[in-house]
Design a protein around this ligand. Structure first.
Ligand code: NAD
Length: 352
């Protein structure tokens, strides 16, 4: 019997190549007049383009976003927003920039207009993260959910292949775990399956032809769906493992997701057979974990924890940490099983 609660998150989405040009219109539609534009230092030129489009509705540019939103960076951005008397935040960039806007919104309640340029999917979630003294704290608050998201695939063509592949696989991981989440439902399953289908089809093309706008659009659409299910379902062993390994060994976020995903899926293969069928079918593969591994291989991304720089003698510690506190996962999480999973991922073996 179907039995579930689903809360639709209220985000307006403008999806079209060239939609960046509609930024001012969208800000005006919300009745806002003083936008603070946020970006990373590396994307300042794009922030200036946004300011140009906003014209008199620009309060200022704050191009100071960095990875993982350190509390000091968040404090500075809040102070700048107050000094500029901003009435909204335009976040243009990846998860780091959108994360900074969320940190400001959490404190000030300012509405966010997000213009994503990667596949992080953060623009679709009410999840925020702040790093204090090297420790990342995450939480959920409706205040940080963007009011409008402008998806313009043309802004993603400059995303290098070595960033696009892992960033897309990171998004795909949200879809995979959403399919076997305890709070999965027919709506999230639809979105997650379509997200896997879109990303699985588009990412190899994006790597081969970075300027292919159609493939970029399809990947971006997959990233949207991935963000939407990340925001509405509880993630399992895969995300827990990535969090533990990333924090303990300081490994790159998206690449880590890419390496772990086929092995986490293999761990859950028998316990989540329905989800595995959906994943395999969306990838056009005979088996879900192998399909995920083959996709990562096609993208030319690292396939082993060894390549990411994790020391082999860290496997036992990681397995202990990841299996310590019980959490929701289709197959119960036990030390021996997780240790085997990490060993396979360390060597980059194709799932059996
Ligand atoms: P990022 O935002 O850190 O961007 C990586 C680099 O790529 C930056 O230097 C950026 O300037 C550059 N860049 C971005 N778009 C570009 C483009 N189109 N062309 C060229 N360069 C570009 O990376 P990310 O993967 O988007 O985000 C990662 C962060 O987001 C992590 O901190 C992660 O924890 C967080 N995240 C949060 C959520 C959430 O729901 N809160 C979801 C997913 C990820």
């Amino acid at each position: 019997m179907l039995n579930f609660i689903y809360e639709q998150l209220p985000v307006r989405v403008v999806f079209a190549a060239g939609s960046f040009d509609r930024l001012a219109e969208e800000v005006e539609r919300l009745g806002l007049k003083r936008a603070m534009v946020l970006s990373t230092p590396g994307q300042r030129r794009l922030a200036e383009e946004a300011a140009k489009r906003l014209g008199v509705a620009t309060a200022g540019i704050h191009a100071e976003a960095v990875m993982h939103v350190p509390v000091e960076t968040a404090r500075l951005a809040r102070e700048t927003a107050r000094r500029l008397a901003a009435d909204c935040l335009v976040a243009i960039g990846g998860g780091s920039t959108i994360g900074l806007a969320k940190a400001v919104a959490l404190d000030t309640g300012l509405p966010i207009i997000a213009v994503p340029t990667t596949y992080s999917g953060s623009e679709m979630t009410p999840i925020y993260g702040l790093t204090d003294g090297g420790v990342k704290r995450t939480g959920r608050d409706r205040k940080v959910l963007p009011r409008v998201v402008i998806y313009d695939a043309a802004l993603t063509v400059g995303l290098p292949a070595k960033v696009s592949g892992p960033s897309g696989m990171n998004a795909l991981a949200h879809c995979v775990e959403a399919l076997y989440a305890p709070d999965s439902n027919p709506i999230t399953a639809l979105m997650a399956s379509q997200g896997i289908r879109a990303l699985g089809r588009a990412l190899p093309l994006v790597i081969k032809e970075p300027l292919n706008l159609e493939a970029r659009g399809e990947a971006l659409c997959g990233a949207w769906l991935a963000g939407a299910v990340l925001g509405t379902t509880a993630m399992g062993l895969h995300h827990k493992l990535c969090h533990t390994l990333g924090g303990t060994f300081n490994l790159p976020h998206a690449e880590l997701h890419t390496v772990i995903l086929p092995h986490a899926a293999a761990y859950n293969r028998a316990a989540a057979s329905g989800a595995m069928r959906l994943i395999a079918s969306a990838l056009g593969a005979g088996d879900a974990p192998q399909g995920l591994y083959d996709l990562a291989k096609k993208l030319g991304t690292p396939l082993s924890l060894k390549e990411l720089g994790m020391p082999e003698d860290g496997i036992e510690r990681a397995a202990k940490l990841a299996s310590e506190s019980p959490y929701q996962n289709p197959r119960p999480v036990d030390y021996a099983g997780v240790k085997r999973l990490i060993e396979d991922a360390w060597h980059g073996r194709r799932p059996a």
